[in-house]
Ligand binder design. Structure first.
Ligand code: SF4
Length: 286
């Protein structure tokens, strides 16, 4: 048969699956005939409580060696565990059909959902986005530092506080706390670039409140992730996922954002020996 004229029913006729549909304890009507007509070649079995009292019915069907479609997604983990290596696909015919106000006429829709589940998913190209876990937390008060404390064991944190940055000095400098305003943000996950005005490092002798050295404009920060809890928009954003504005046929982005093992204090100190604070990333350059 010409592939262009094939239908889901034809596919099933070539490789007839078993179909198991369940009334979920009689909370929805099942029209086995409609399902059988819509899924040509398939053997349709019905159940009332497939995931509990009739689990053996599922086990037997899965052991038959034929592809199996189950009309329940809620209990898919249980069924997959019982099925082992059997070829089982799941379709939600409950919330999407049987539990509707038109449940008594939902047989053809159930058939369509089950037939669609038998169709192989098309190949989708991917674009990988990688993050090494360098995060800039942008805030206006101690909340940003609190967020940094929550994330510091998982990510390489830098906190930037918007001026005037009236925050208390940390007891221990676990991560850099700097002052600045993001003027421009562009990039995407794994490759953000921020232009910062009023950028200033704290002086180590800060007492009572953080004091900062002279501020400068035009500093550049490069980081993998930005957590903006400042409550206001940056002056200008040019942030996007790499493929989000591409044509529909363009590869879809996948996001890979592994957390990064926090550097030991010694390693951080070594990598930033020329810096007044211990972290060298996000790299903020003047
Ligand atoms: S959860 Fe799924 S398998 Fe269990 S009774 Fe309801 S429809 Fe049937």
């Amino acid at each position: 048969m010409d592939g262009a004229t094939r239908t889901a029913g034809d596919e099933m006729a070539d490789r007839p699956p078993n179909i198991l549909i369940c009334s979920c304890e009689d909370t929805m009507p099942l029209d086995g005939s409609a399902v059988g007509r819509g899924c040509r070649g398939a053997e349709v079995l019905t159940a009332r409580q497939l995931c509990r009292a009739e689990l053996e019915k599922f086990r037997a069907a899965a052991a038959g060696g034929e592809p199996l479609i189950v009309g329940c997604t809620q209990e898919a983990p249980l069924f997959s565990e019982v099925a082992g290596s059997a070829d089982v696909t799941y379709a939600n015919i409950r919330e999407t059909a049987g539990w509707s106000k038109d449940a008594h006429a939902a047989g053809p829709k159930m058939a369509a959902l089950l037939a669609a589940a038998a169709e192989p998913a098309p190949e989708v190209p991917f674009v990988s986005l990688n993050s090494e876990g360098v995060i800039l937390i942008y805030g206006r008060d101690e909340q940003a530092i609190e967020a940094g404390n929550l994330l510091k064991d998982h990510l390489d944190v830098t906190v930037m506080i918007t001026p005037p940055a009236g925050v208390a000095p940390p007891r221990v400098t676990d991560f850099p706390v700097v002052k600045g305003s993001i003027r421009l943000a562009k990039g995407y996950l794994g490759a953000f670039e921020l232009t910062v005005d009023g950028y200033a490092l704290p002086v180590p002798s800060s007492r009572g409140a953080l004091n900062f050295a002279a501020a400068r404009d035009g500093a550049v920060s490069r980081c993998d992730l930005v957590l903006d809890i400042s409550g206001g928009a940056c002056s200008r954003h040019e942030i996007s996922l790499a493929a989000s504005t591409s044509r529909a046929t363009s590869p879809s982005p996948t996001i890979s954002a592994p957390t990064r093992a926090r550097k030991s204090s010694a390693a951080r100190a070594a990598s930033t020996s020329a810096q007044p604070v211990r972290s060298h990333r996000p790299a903020i350059t003047l």
